[in-house]
Design a binder for this molecule. Structure first.
Ligand SMILES: [Zn+2]
Ligand SMILES: [Zn+2]
Length: 763
């Protein structure tokens, strides 16, 4: 060995490796943290976003690289792969610009609530971002709602219009600064600005805008506030007249309104908050959390009439913090839209669509690309359950229990519509887009599908959709050419959604209870027992069929179902029943409807569980007409505030291989109690207990026949916590494993995931 060779050996040999970190969510400060890690280990090279994930070029001696890789592995949010190559004699470490290569493997981060460090700056009079309503940092701020395309760099967000001032530029380039490589960096000098537009068309800018808006709200006014995913309509939550006026102008009769409070302490004053609920309230997703009310701060009765719960959320944008700080009162913060239309998110649109509702507009010039409502979550027995999945969660992937090689689009349902795109084992669910029978909601749906396809660079080859031929999502799916269509039965999709939500693909007894879904026999299903996995299903039981007099009108008018069930239970002698309901009943209208039903005119048969809830709610005098989906059932649950002492005897029969639950027996039990003048709250409790009992009995029978020892509960009816907990308790007591929803809604907002999982299973 020569001297020079020996010299070479004594110096540690420099090695080079290329590290790919897969599945990284972009926009959460991962590159800056890799930079700091590399510099602290003395590694040279670069880090950048690429189509394949985050790409790191690293050079150093063996020991250095080994230590770096170990530390990186502990930190990385995704899978790491390492390829060794030739050293390039690099001299420093840098964050390089993004590369476009290969198949896209990344996804943008959801929007993240303002972090504590940013809140502290907001309140520090010596900070240059003091009182600045649109500040963000590497770990907080809008992401999904402002990104036009990936990789996530400023030029592909709506912040591209704002050139950095020298100060921000210096922060952006300084590895020690917490805004190092923050793509959404901004300050009062160079960033977007807040403006208050008044109804007299005057406008006020900056901090004054917020002061004036707060004064307007304190005086009982209604202000449209542009936040992260769109506009809210805000008013003083303690002012009855203001809240009533907001309801009147918005045309929202009774649906509960969400309340934003300044902090956790204030949340404790309007509701009982468990540690799990507090964690959700303060999480970076910042959803609306449904909480049991208390009266430390007296909210206006009009906020959530007839509800024992109230939806509470904490501020998530700087603007919210400032507004609440200036006001000192809880705010009603409801999505700015009319009825089931999508949330208003553009300024020009806001003037046009909200001009009649809002007195003032508190807005800013940071554009929103992807409108997103607030998410809604509740905690049931210590487990968070998402009821509406939107801002803060979208577009995080739900992991499927299998991997597909073909890109899939699942088109979802009709109400609470969402869709899903599938890549490998990741299902990217859209935000909830509303009721597709609304023209504006359907347009938003089509636009959002386009946005997701561009964002994730996926061209679906397989398109899953509901069986219902008239759902607009079905019509849309079928209009797509050169793709393979996978029609999925509604309740099978519900059960599949619950399985995918729990990351399992196995055979279960699926209990799918909801308002309505198109059945394989072209009838309207909704009280279903299936034996199902992701590959297929068999309908093993259902509620007995009853007519739906007048079709969809019966959904809006629960009294029709009450009369239908009475007639099914008592025949013509129903007219002699000494019930308050019979005294209210418009007998002439009912005669026309029942005669039409007898002739089979506009009275499709349904096995819906939701309609049974409606019927009982109407019989108890709670509600004969509803103004939003599920209202009667919600009130029935709220009424049922005690333990049931007995259940109504309900026949379960078995004919031609299918189990039938005789729901008219349940109604008979309710009627007999009413005739005995039993309290309505007790009847409501007995009704819930009866359904939980029937559910468990049918599952027992199916287990005895099939040996399947697991049950999945899905469908909108299981938003009913009383029923969900009672059913779960009963099933688990008999040793059955019970799956319920967690990450996606149990209602139709979760259908797309089920369709996606079923399509992925066969591809
Ligand atoms: Zn921050
Ligand atoms: Zn600046």
């Amino acid at each position: 060995m020569s001297v020079s060779q020996r010299a070479l050996l004594s110096r540690p040999r420099v090695r080079h490796c290329t590290i790919t970190v897969d599945g990284v969510v972009q926009g959460i400060g991962f590159r800056p943290s890799v930079y700091r890690l590399a510099v602290s280990h003395g590694v040279v090279g670069s880090v950048r976003n690429s189509s394949a994930g985050v790409l790191i070029e690293a050079e150093g001696d063996d020991a250095t690289l080994k230590a770096f890789l170990t530390a990186l592995d502990a930190d990385a949010p995704g899978e790491i792969s390492v390829a060794w190559g030739k050293p390039e004699c690099l001299t420093s470490f840098s964050i390089a610009s993004s590369a476009r290569d290969g198949v896209a493997r990344f996804s943008p981060s959801p929007d993240r609530a303002m972090c504590d460090a940013c809140v502290a700056e907001l309140r520090d009079p010596t900070d240059r971002r003091y009182g600045y309503a649109l500040q963000t940092c590497a770990t907080c701020g809008p992401r999904f709602t402002i990104v036009r395309a990936l990789p996530y760099d400023r030029e592909r967000t709506t912040m591209a219009d704002f050139a950095l001032c020298d100060w921000c530029q210096a922060e952006y380039e300084d590895p020690r600064n917490r805004r190092f490589h923050t793509e959404s960096i901004a300050c009062p000098q160079c960033g977007p600005r807040v403006t208050l537009r008044r109804s007299d068309s005057a406008s006020v800018c900056g901090a004054d805008a917020i002061t004036v808006a707060a004064r307007q709200i304190r005086d009982g006014g209604i202000v449209a506030v542009k936040g992260v995913g769109g506009f809210h309509l805000a008013c003083d939550a303690t002012n009855s007249a203001a809240v009533a006026e907001l309801r009147r102008r918005k045309g929202r009769e009774a649906k509960p309104l969400a309340v934003m409070v300044a902090n956790l302490d204030e949340a404790h004053l309007i509701a009982y908050v468990s540690p799990d609920e507090a964690a959700l309230l303060t999480s970076s997703a910042r959803p609306i959390v449904l909480l049991a009310r208390c009266d430390g701060i007296k909210l206006a009765d009009e906020v959530a009439p007839g509800c024992r719960e109230v939806g509470v959320l904490l501020p998530y944008a700087a603007l919210h913090h400032l507004l609440l700080g200036a006001l000192g009162q809880p705010l009603v913060m409801t999505s700015a839209n009319t009825s089931d239309e999508p949330i208003v998110h553009r300024d020009d649109d806001a003037q046009r669509r909200l001009g009649e509702i809002a007195d003032h507009f508190l807005t800013h010039d940071r554009e929103i690309v992807a409108p997103c409502d607030d998410s809604i979550v509740r905690v049931v027995a210590g487990t968070p359950q998402v009821i509406r999945r939107a801002r803060g969660y979208v577009p995080l992937a739900v992991r499927l229990p299998m991997t597909t090689s073909r890109p899939i689009l699942a088109c979802g349902g009709e109400l609470k519509s969402t869709f899903a795109l599938v890549r490998g084992d990741e299902a990217f669910l859209s935000q909830q887009l509303g009721d597709l029978t609304s023209e504006a909601a359907f347009r938003a749906y089509v636009d959002t599908v386009g946005h997701f396809r561009r964002l994730f660079e996926l061209d679906p080859e397989v398109v899953a959709h509901d069986l219902h031929p008239a759902y607009r999502s079905t019509v849309y799916a079928r209009s797509m050419e050169s793709v393979e269509h996978v029609p999925v039965q509604h309740h099978h999709a519900h059960i599949a959604s619950c399985l995918a939500d729990n990351g399992v693909d196995r055979k279960v007894i699926g209990v799918a209870w909801d308002g309505s879904g198109y059945g394989a026999d072209a009838r309207i299903w909704g009280g279903e027992f299936l034996v199902a996995d992701l590959a297929g299903f068999e309908r093993v039981g259902h509620f007995e069929y009853v007519p739906l007099p007048g079709g969809d009108a019966a959904v809006r008018e629960p009294w029709r179902m009450a009369a239908t069930f009475l007639r099914a239970a008592y025949g013509d002698s129903m007219s002699g029943l000494d019930l308050e309901f019979m005294r209210r009943l418009d007998r002439a209208a009912w005669r026309v409807l029942s005669q039409a039903a007898d002739r089979g005119l506009n009275a499709p048969l349904t096995s819906s569980a939701g309609r049974l809830f409606d019927a009982v709610a109407s019989l108890l005098g709670l509600r004969d007409h509803i103004s939003f989906e599920g209202q009667a059932a919600m009130e029935l649950e709220a009424l049922s505030d005690r333990e049931a002492d007995l259940i109504y005897p309900t026949t379960v029969t078995e004919g031609d291989g299918s189990i039938v639950v005789h729901t008219t027996d349940v109604v008979r039990g309710v009627v007999e109690d009413l005739l005995r003048q039993a309290p309505a709250s007790l009847i409501a409790a007995r009704f819930h207990a009866t359904l939980a009992d029937v559910l468990a009995r049918v599952c027992e029978r199916v287990r005895a026949r099939t040996g399947i020892d697991a049950v999945a509960l899905s469908g909108g009816v299981f938003q009913n916590v009383w029923l969900l907990q009672a059913a779960k308790g009963r099933l688990e007591a008999t040793g059955l494993r019970v799956y319920t929803h967690r990450q996606v809604p149990t209602n139709d907002g979760g259908l797309a995931l089920g369709q996606a999982a079923i399509a992925a299973r066969c591809h």
